[in-house]
Design a binder for this molecule. Structure first.
Ligand SMILES: Cc1cc2nc3c(=O)[nH]c(=O)nc-3n(C[C@H](O)[C@H](O)[C@H](O)COP(=O)(O)OP(=O)(O)OC[C@H]3O[C@@H](n4cnc5c(N)ncnc54)[C@H](O)[C@@H]3O)c2cc1C
Length: 406
């Protein structure tokens, strides 16, 4: 068994940042960064964007060049999924049988993408988009694909559809709800993106669900929808959400359900065990104090810093302002704040000009902005959210007045 002062489970964005932050804060003890994947820590956003399009090399997606982990004295343990946690003995057991002891542990295992549960859901040619290996598999299949079906109208589905169109593939996008991005954005953004995707040739099917995947010789040949119609396709890409990767931690007694519950310092209910990133369910003040999980680079980065500070004895509560981005075609969407529970929306700017913002208000105060090709609003709107001052909607709607003037 190898013993470490700090064992970090999950060598993704949050795990890597936690290790870097600990060293930056002067922590001199031993650190193991234990990951299930074979690659050194890398950034996932390009997997559905530039990397899928073949426009970015993997080397440029690494969180740090590989040599940095050795230089910083971080033991990078790859291909080693942790299967069990003994919180009393402070011991981790990997699926490979390897064991690790820890004094403090940070769980940063991210999320597990949901699969299609229907018949044919595991045929060759049905892909997820979470790991480098997933995008590599899509790229390897692409030369033999004329038509793809993308299941799920969230960010990952839409970004993937945009890249596939750019690569000249026919794309049908199937979404169960009656609008795109329903979970994360208001109806104005949904309608705008629906129109953009349709204008670029994506066949968007709303209120439509997959009944089964039709196969031929073990490979995808089509998709049968609930209404019994069949879409021909040589590839299916599934982007229907993510479940938190927390099973071993919950089995060890940590509180939680959809994610592991953490307090403002990213502490779980288990002694000396912290959780950060996609898998950490925390009370977020920008969501009106609701317990939520955030799946974003911002949250992974900032919670990693929170846990590192708590471990070295300089605790600071997690209060970071959420932000997110999504690139589709020539549209850059930048989101700041959380629209959860908003009671009013303001459209600022003209959607026809493809540069506008939707401003979400809660109790007369700005809760969030979705800015499409409108970086100035995104930058200036942050302060309106942070300061929480009441603002009149008509002032927000007047695009001739910069938000910073308010
Ligand atoms: C295709 C795609 C596009 C995205 N685009 C954006 C974007 O544009 N903007 C944005 O803000 N966010 C985006 N995100 C989200 C962002 O990448 C995640 O929020 C972020 O990576 C979360 O970091 P994490 O460390 O919590 O999880 P991850 O980065 O998923 O890392 C978790 C790691 O833990 C490993 N692991 C899992 N279980 C175990 C185990 N039992 N033992 C050991 N290791 C384990 C996993 O293999 C993984 O390597 C995107 C995500 C994806 C998948």
């Amino acid at each position: 068994m190898s013993d470490y002062d700090i064992a970090i489970v999950g060598a993704g964005h949050a795990g890597a940042q936690a290790a870097l932050q600990l060293r930056q804060l002067g922590f001199a003890g031993s650190i193991a960064l234990i990951g299930a994947e074979d690659e050194p820590p890398y950034e996932r956003p390009p997997l559905s964007k530039e990397y899928l399009a073949g426009e970015k090399d993997f080397e440029r997606m690494l969180v740090r060049p590989e040599s940095v982990w050795r230089e910083r004295g971080v033991a990078l343990v790859r291909g080693t999924p942790i299967a069990a946690v003994d919180a009393k003995a402070k011991r981790l057991t990997a699926a490979t049988g390897e064991r690790f002891g820890y004094r403090s542990m940070i769980w940063a295992a991210g999320g597990v993408p949901r699969r299609l549960g229907c018949e044919g859901g595991d045929l060759d040619g049905v892909h997820l988009v979470r790991r480098k290996a997933d995008t590599d598999a899509i790229r390897a299949d692409l030369p033999s694909v004329a038509r793809a079906v993308v299941v799920g109208g969230g960010y990952i589905g839409l970004e993937t559809a945009a890249v596939l169109r750019k690569l000249g593939k026919e794309v049908v996008l199937v979404e169960a709800l009656d609008r795109l991005l329903a979970r994360v954005a208001g109806p104005e953004i949904s309608r705008f993106y629906e129109a953009e995707h349709r204008a670029r040739g994506v066949d968007v099917r709303l209120g439509s669900t997959v009944a089964s995947i039709v196969g031929a010789s073990g490979r995808v040949a089509g998709v049968r929808l609930q209404d019994d119609s069949i879409l021909d396709a040589q590839m299916v890409i599934v982007g229907i959400g993510v479940d938190a990767a927390v099973a071993p931690l919950l089995a060890a007694g940590a509180g939680g359900g959809n994610g592991v519950d953490v307090d403002a310092f990213c502490r779980t209910s288990l002694a000396d065990v912290y959780a950060v990133g996609d898998c950490a369910a925390h009370e977020n003040r920008f969501a009106g104090g609701l317990r939520i999980r955030l799946e974003s680079v911002q949250n992974a980065h900032d919670q990693a810093a929170t846990a590192a500070k708590a471990i070295i004895g300089r605790p600071e509560p997690y209060e970071a302002l959420p932000w997110f981005w999504s690139n589709q075609y020539d549209l850059r969407l930048q989101t700041v704040g959380l629209a959860i529970g908003h009671d009013f929306r303001v459209v600022r700017g003209r959607q026809q000009e493809r540069s506008f913002s939707i401003i979400y208000l809660r109790d007369g105060r700005v809760a969030a902005l979705d800015c499409v090709n409108a970086t100035r609003d995104y930058v200036q709107g942050r302060r309106l959210i942070q300061e929480g001052m009441p603002v009149a909607p008509e002032l927000l709607a007047d695009a001739s007045v910069p938000l910073k003037a308010l």
